[in-house]
Design a protein around this ligand. Structure first.
Ligand code: NAD
Ligand code: ZN
Length: 340
């Protein structure tokens, strides 16, 4: 299947096909220097498959985990490219999850003021969400994605075969972003989560999620308005992630999608729908009840400047497949968080 992200001169194709990595040489010009970034948790054969199709491929493997999305790692990659003589006409390819994609994308966005970038996402989260849309970034200490750019890829190759090696918890974690999109925009996709076997339907889930994200990004490439819809569950989710998320320092806790799953629940206004969403979480193994310190989460949200002038804007879901922006006094959000 092929989707085209229509962004004028920055348009690009998204190929969704089992085994597509084996044919990437037919989809893109690899007849140049290619800097392939992957991480130590991604089975090496994926990057090797890509490299074998390049005229001059250089594989760079970073340590797995969010801690690699750092300025230090960014500099290391730039230095390697410079040393290997990469020029303006050359190419960066990411083969991995959102960590690799965000970091390699930011390298591509800035090396010699920007060179071509291809993303080959290998996690559900990156195949569904982070690989398209052009947001690339690194973290600054504990502050996530604070240094970055909008840099659209030239091509995105989604090969669902790569998910076969992805640990189960990561597989489910990524699906939370798809549930998010279904709740605001695609009732049939939500019903699929309720009724179907997600493993059997994974291509449909990816496809429908990509369609939603593509539609949003095409209307709002640089997050001036409608792209806010993608933040459903994230205002609270980021607060939860700051307190309970797995980071470079904290080895145990919740993944991003798991935090977003929890963050969505208080924002669903239809109680019957919230119950259905909890049932989906239980079916998939996502957290359905809050096991976090709400006072700490709230303190973080205040600190995070998400609250401006005493007010905060959140995405709410009044019913399945619809959404609205709501600007509420911070006290009201605090009450929602505290479950009062
Ligand atoms: N740019 C965006 O729009 C955007 C959107 C959402 C999230 N993100 C970012 O994405 C990152 C999270 O991405 P993620 O959830 O993909 O995590 P990740 O990149 O850390 O990957 C998760 C783990 O799975 C391993 N892995 C990856 N592919 C594998 C495979 N096929 N088989 C076996 N193991 C595999 C990795 O080594 C890693 O340990 C965060 O940094 C987040 O900020 C970016
Ligand atoms: Zn997210």
């Amino acid at each position: 299947m092929k989707l085209t992200m229509r962004l004028g001169k920055r348009s690009y194709d998204i190929i969704l096909k089992r085994g597509a990595l084996q044919h990437i040489g037919l989809l893109a010009n690899l007849n140049r220097k290619v800097f392939i970034v992957t991480d130590s948790g991604v089975p090496p054969q994926y990057a090797q498959t890509v490299c074998a199709q390049c005229k001059e491929g250089h594989i760079h493997t970073i340590p797995q985990g969010e801690a690699s999305k750092s300025l230090a790692m960014y500099q290391t990659l730039l230095c390697s490219m410079l040393q290997a003589g990469f020029g303006r006409g050359d190419l960066v390819i990411a083969v991995g999850g959102g960590v690799v994609g965000d970091l390699a994308g930011f390298v591509a966005a800035t090396y010699m003021r920007g060179i071509d970038f291809i993303n080959c996402p290998t996690t559900t989260l990156s195949q569904i969400d982070s690989s398209i849309g052009g947001k690339v970034a690194v973290d600054l200490g504990a502050t996530k994605n604070i240094v970055g750019a909008f840099w659209q890829p030239k091509l995105v190759v989604v090969d669902p075969d790569t998910l076969e090696t992805l640990p189960r918890r990561h597989f489910i974690n990524g699906l939370a972003e798809s549930i998010k999109m279904s709740l605001t925009s695609d009732a049939a996709l939500f019903e699929l989560f309720e009724q179907a076997d997600v493993d059997k339907e994974i291509e449909t889930i990816i496809y429908r999620s990509l369609l939603i994200k593509k539609h949003v990004v095409e209307q709002d490439e640089t997050e001036q308005g409608m792209r806010a819809i993608l933040n459903f569950g994230h205002t609270l989710g980021h607060g939860i992630e700051a307190v309970k998320g797995i980071t470079g320092r904290r080895k145990q806790g919740l993944y991003h999608g798991e935090c977003v799953a929890l963050g969505m629940l208080p924002m669903i206004e239809d109680k019957k729908l919230a119950k259905r969403v909890r049932a989906v979480y239980r079916k998939l193994g996502l957290p359905a009840r809050a096991g976090y310190n709400k006072e700490k989460v709230w303190a973080h949200m205040l600190h995070d400047k998400k609250v401006r002038g005493g007010n905060i804007t959140v995405v709410k879901v009044p019913g399945l497949g619809c959404w609205r922006l709501d600007t509420l006094p911070s006290d009201q959000l605090k009450e929602m968080l505290m479950g009062k």
